[in-house]
Design a protein around this ligand. Structure first.
Ligand SMILES: *Cc1c(COP(=O)(O)O)cnc(C)c1O
Length: 439
């Protein structure tokens, strides 16, 4: 085993609480034997994994390093400063708040720092690739603020079909004069032109907020352009391509904004920080500063291209015509008009291929059905898979979906065969109880 500590932890838990331990062991086995293609997921290193299970969790450290509301925070100050310093170095910025419990919490604090309730902001709508926290009515962002949305190019004949329409971004901003112009998305496969967003924002006096939750790892490795110096505020998760613990991060180069952000997050949004997670963030940022991380991210992008190309060869359509980053949206209806994201997700799971259904731009189907699948390569690349494995995965996907279209019996047979082949590949590329070695 590459991670003997995980075995020891599980053995310990079996003594302490067999019922909970069995569930955790089952999940470790699921991760070990399935191919993870969900674009927002990854497998953290043993160091990141085990930092989360340390005594750092026992402490209340409300406040910030040097200014806490509780005694005994000496070492918590050190670990939080270490995480801040590494985040600043990694993304090349002046101020970093490492306390957000999640990406959504980071966005909440960033909004509070830049806007008053009722203020207008511009973003991409969720159905086009945006995020819940970018102005959905059912989210705080759409309840307390006024979202306006810029469209993609929906014109099939346009050479930037299904990509950001910067002229439309400008038009929306000129009309609505938003306080904040947001970019950064959850299901957008192309490069974001941060300089262009800044140019448009400057024309109307808006602040640029870049939510790089998905592409943070690529940005850190220089595989996607950086939002700095263009964005005023950058938010991200730490657990997607960045391959750290589940959490959030807010960054800026503006001292005034950094003070507002700190106050907005605590005491505005959160109470005590998750110090064990902040310890794991420090370790993950340290890993991301190593040369191996760049090699990893370059392979993530190569794998995404290989998977997109192989699926295209099987008759699927990749929205916008391809991918520049770690993810792609697959238009299933190009392969067969009856294929839905809902069916595809369920059928592929039977074969050990874990994906999520996702609307495609201008999708005629509801969000619970969808015409698309979102696929990403961060987790498979952590596992050590390369381009030729992506060609194999595309073939498995097509075999399962083709069988599913024929009927239940065909699906059951084909999914079982593919499941065995998936398991074999997983055995050749083991995780260590759900945690990989670096690179
Ligand atoms: C994933 C994501 C988030 C939210 O992250 P959580 O940690 O789940 O709250 C925010 N913004 C974007 C663009 C995301 O993709």
């Amino acid at each position: 085993m590459q991670d003997p500590i995980a075995d020891t932890v599980l053995a310990f838990l079996r003594d302490a609480d067999p019922e909970a331990a069995q569930i955790i062991a089952d999940e470790a086995d699921r991760q070990e034997t399935t191919i993870e293609l969900i674009a927002s997921e990854n497998h953290v290193s043993p160091a990141v994994m085990h930092a989360m299970g340390t005594c750092l969790t026992n402490k209340y450290a409300e406040g910030y390093p040097g200014r806490r509301y509780y005694g005994g925070c000496e070492h918590h100050d050190h670990i939080e400063r270490l995480a801040q310093d590494r985040a600043k170095k990694l993304f090349g910025c002046e101020y970093a708040n490492v306390q957000p419990h999640s990406g959504a919490q980071a966005n909440t604090a960033a909004f509070m720092a830049m806007m008053q309730p009722g203020d207008t902001f511009a973003s991409l709508i969720l159905k086009d690739g945006g995020h819940l926290s970018h102005g959905m009515k059912i989210n705080f962002s759409g309840t307390f603020y006024k979202p306006v949305h810029y469209p993609l190019h929906y014109d099939k004949t346009h050479d930037r079909f299904e990509q950001i329409d910067y002229d439309a971004v400008r038009a929306v901003c000129q009309e609505h004069k938003p306080k904040v112009l947001m970019c950064g998305y959850s299901a957008y496969p192309r490069v974001i032109d941060f300089a262009k967003f800044r140019e448009i924002a400057d024309e109307v006096g808006a602040l640029v907020m870049a939510d790089i939750a998905h592409i943070a790892g690529l940005v850190a490795a220089g595989v996607h352009p950086s939002p700095f110096p263009h964005a005023h505020v950058v938010t991200t998760t730490t657990h997607k391509t960045l391959r750290g613990p589940r959490g959030g991060l807010i960054m800026t180069n503006d001292e005034e904004l950094s003070k507002k952000i700190n106050r907005a997050l605590f005491p505005g949004v959160q109470g005590g920080p998750l110090m064990h997670i902040i310890g794991a963030k420090a370790i993950a940022f340290g890993e991301a500063l190593k040369p191996e991380f760049k090699v990893y991210q370059e392979q993530v992008v190569r794998n995404a291209r290989a998977l997109a190309e192989a699926l295209t060869n099987h008759g699927y359509r990749i929205t916008s015509g391809g991918t520049d980053n770690h993810l792609m949206l697959v238009d299933l209806t190009a392969r067969h008009a009856d294929l839905t994201g809902k069916d595809a997700e369920a059928w592929l799971e039977q074969a050990g291929l874990i994906t999520n259904k996702n609307g495609i731009p201008d999708d005629a189907r509801s969000p619970m059905i969808t015409s698309g699948l979102r696929l990403g390569t961060p987790a498979t690349t952590t596992r050590g898979l390369i381009e030729q494995d992506m060609v194999q995965i595309a073939q498995w996907i097509d075999r399962v979906l083709s069988a599913g279209l024929k009927g239940e019996a065909e699906l059951a047979t084909q999914a079982a065969t593919v499941r065995d082949e998936v398991r074999e590949l997983c055995i050749r590329h083991p995780l260590a109880n759900g945690t990989p070695v670096m690179g």
